[in-house]
Ligand binder design. Structure first.
Ligand SMILES: *[C@@H]1O[C@H](CO)[C@@H](O)[C@H](O)[C@H]1NC(C)=O
Ligand SMILES: *[C@@H]1O[C@H](CO)[C@@H](O)[C@H](O)[C@H]1NC(C)=O
Ligand SMILES: *[C@@H]1O[C@H](CO)[C@@H](O)[C@H](O)[C@H]1NC(C)=O
Ligand SMILES: *[C@@H]1O[C@H](CO)[C@@H](O)[C@H](O)[C@H]1NC(C)=O
Length: 394
């Protein structure tokens, strides 16, 4: 549910059409159909929003007026590896989804300094980050920031793959591939876990064969770079879109298994993620002969919505947005999932919390809960009322 980077690509995603988890009943299907029809209208609105958005962001691209730098971390200006740790933070998350502020192409108001600040923050919460694209230098900035902060952190880079209709000549995707390659040429592969091709390409209507071909091409492109290790190439998609065939073409699968979009009450959500991953489509990844890694790549809960009517989800509105419920999922998921990952019956290899930072740009483009998943707001402040779980991730 994160359409990183390219406004054009994002527009095609429409406003919904999510097929997570339990949305497979007839009622949910007709609901989904409604969303798809709505998607067409939203596409039109989005095209207008893109034009307006680019103009606005040209003038206002620097959140906080300083290229995204919020000044929330104290440290040595000349040596980013020396910074003050926040006693509220614990390295309890196995992984974290992250999109730098103002990193939407072509406005690109993000800066290296701001990303360094983010890495200083998030390295206190996790050792692993998942990105959603490579525009606006984010692949380079993140690897650069990991290097100068000297933190213990690895990352899944991503080349965002737009739907064919949004990228008819493939130039947006090629730009993404080049950005990934340039970042790797500069910083090497020591801090890279893998390279993902796209996110929710299938959920948004793309073909599995095309996605598999793009992954094969990415593998060839990386193999041509004489790297010091073979970098795994995989993809991320809604859990319900994972198949054995897809997994057979992937070195890793990032399955977005959202209890919120499954319409699950927050109290049951932690266990639901475990059950859903073990017993539904994501589990088919483990049947593929190449035995790809399987990650629960988006687990999280929205802290709010753009309007009250979008604060609930699921039959009878049983899933409710809000900070107290984010806290419930943090408390019932993170430390228990860490323990579970070390057990021999674990059916997946890691999870990534969705997400580190809020993404205010999504409010204008998508509305609903889309902009409200960050543990940190757009000023990089931990949301009021949230407590980071106190355990250490494996
Ligand atoms: C930073 O990058 C330089 C140049 O690639 C490399 O020699 C150095 O080992 C890196 N440092 C860290 C901490 O990764
Ligand atoms: C490939 O990398 C190795 C070291 O990792 C180096 O010795 C070799 O010269 C490189 N080959 C090419 C064609 O760049
Ligand atoms: C942990 O694993 C148990 C089964 O061993 C499962 O019932 C529980 O829901 C899991 N919890 C999480 C948060 O993954
Ligand atoms: C909130 O988001 C929805 C789309 O999900 C949109 O239709 C609506 O206009 C937005 N409301 C406001 C106040 O922007």
């Amino acid at each position: 549910m994160n359409r990183q980077g390219d406004y054009g690509a994002g527009a095609g995603a429409g406003g919904g059409g999510y097929a997570y988890g339990e949305k497979s009943s007839a009622a949910a299907k007709s609901n989904r159909k409604w969303w798809w029809i709505g998607g067409g209208v939203i596409l039109l609105i989005a095209v207008i929003a893109v034009i307006a958005g680019v103009v606005v962001s040209r003038n206002n691209s620097k959140s906080g007026g300083n290229g995204g730098l919020a000044g929330v971390v104290n440290g040595d200006k000349n040596d980013p590896s020396k910074f003050t740790k926040d006693p509220r933070f614990h390295q309890s998350f196995w992984g974290m989804c992250y999109t730098p502020l103002d990193s939407q192409y072509p406005a690109c108001g993000d800066t290296l300094d701001s990303v360094i600040e983010d890495i200083q923050i998030f390295s206190q919460l996790t050792k692993r980050l998942r990105l959603y694209g490579s525009d606006c230098n984010i692949a380079e900035y993140v690897l650069h920031a990991i290097n100068v902060t000297k933190v213990d952190m690895t990352v899944w880079l991503t080349a965002w793959l737009p739907q064919p209709a949004d990228d008819p000549d493939g130039s947006t995707y090629q730009r993404q591939v080049k950005n990934v390659q340039d970042a790797i040429r500069k910083w090497g592969v020591d801090h890279i876990e893998g390279v993902a091709v796209g996110n929710e390409y299938l959920l948004n209507g793309g073909s599995e064969a095309s996605l598999i071909q793009h992954m094969a091409d990415m593998r060839t492109a990386l193999a041509g770079m004489n790297l010091s290790k073979t970098v795994p190439v995989g993809t991320g998609d809604a859990g319900s879109k994972i198949t054995e065939t897809l997994a057979a073409g992937s070195d890793f699968i990032q399955a977005n298994n959202h209890p919120w979009f499954g319409g699950v009450p927050v109290e049951q959500s932690g266990g639901w993620v475990w059950d859903y991953t073990a017993n539904n489509e994501p589990a088919t990844a483990k049947q593929a002969p190449n035995n790809p890694k399987l990650y629960v790549a988006e687990v999280g809960w929205p802290s709010g919505a753009n309007e009250t009517r979008f604060m609930t989800e699921g039959a009878g509105g049983v899933a409710v947005a809000g900070v107290p419920n984010v806290q419930i999922l943090l408390d019932t998921y993170v430390c228990q999932a860490n323990t579970n990952l070390t057990n021999s019956d674990a059916t997946f290899d890691g999870y990534m919390w969705f997400e580190g930072l809020a993404e205010p740009w999504k409010d204008a483009l998508y509305g609903g809960v889309e902009a409200y998943w960050g543990l940190f707001d757009k000023n990089k402040k931990l949301l009021d009322g949230l407590t980071i779980p106190d355990c250490t991730s494996p």
